[in-house]
Design a protein around this ligand. Structure first.
Ligand SMILES: [Zn+2]
Ligand SMILES: [Zn+2]
Length: 249
């Protein structure tokens, strides 16, 4: 789900290639199970679970993006180089992502999805398990959405895209160029969702990420975007006054 950059600590190229191959093999196996189980579900169940999977991918993209834009620093052990730096470098050089090939762009997300797809294949399906059948559709669409995230994000920055991609962008089916431009306006605190962007406006309307930041600051005393803004930890809350000693005259 991270945005690849030239400075990212990435898995090796063969690991990414293997991830892409495994991803498509497992997706094909899962798609076959979904088709086989289709008879045990209503059209509404299939449609709802599929759309929910794609919407969940958009939510996951927003949460991961917000998390590494807002918290931790480029020097945080393990997370700093692999996740924090790529997202923050992307603000400084948005076109870097367009210089990456297919495997470099998508290998990381394929590797993340492989265990999820493998576990989903263990689920039962068929007339005796209609809910599990719906779960298969959900997981398939979720993983396809997660796979699409970096590719859709890359296309939203690409100077030229195919007519099919431009059509999908113009109709808001995948992340649109102007829609994503909102995030690239400083201080980069809006429109974190980068799969389809469908959830950006509803989440903004309820102040979703602002409320989460207030909660996290209250619990951890850490300020959001502290590294980017060079902020110290939030001051400790004043201690409550001691209760009056009622025994003292
Ligand atoms: Zn960002
Ligand atoms: Zn971007």
């Amino acid at each position: 789900m991270s945005t690849p950059t030239s400075t990212q600590a990435r898995p090796s190229q063969w690991q990414e290639k293997l991830g892409v191959v495994l991803f498509f093999v497992l997706c094909a196996l899962l798609a076959r199970r979904v088709v086989q189980a289709a008879g045990s579900q209503t059209v509404v169940m299939i449609a709802v679970s599929g759309v929910l999977g794609f919407v969940t991918a958009d939510l996951v993209s927003g949460l991961v993006h917000w998390l590494f834009d807002t918290w931790f620093s480029r020097t945080t052990p393990v997370l700093g180089k692999t996740f924090v730096t790529p997202f923050r470098v992307h603000h400084e050089d948005p076109l870097d992502i367009t210089r990456h090939g297919f495997v470099a762009t998508n290998g990381h997300n394929c590797l993340v999805s492989v265990p999820v797809l493998a576990l989903a294949l263990l689920l039962p399906s068929g007339p005796e398990a209609p809910l599990a059948s719906s779960a298969l559709t959900f997981v398939l669409m979720l993983c396809l959405g997660v796979f699409g995230t970096n590719q859709f994000h890359k296309w939203s920055h690409a100077p030229h895209v195919s007519p099919v991609v431009a059509w999908l962008q113009a109709r808001g089916i995948i992340l649109g160029r102007e829609h994503h431009d909102v995030h690239h306006t400083a201080p980069h605190t809006r429109h974190y969702c980068i799969t389809t962007g469908w959830l950006n406006r509803p989440l903004e309307a309820i102040g979703f990420f602002g409320h989460l930041e207030t909660l996290i600051t209250a619990v951890t005393r850490q300020q959001p975007r502290a590294e980017e803004l060079n902020l110290p930890p939030a001051p400790a809350a004043p201690e409550s006054a001691p209760a009056p000693d009622l025994a003292t005259p």
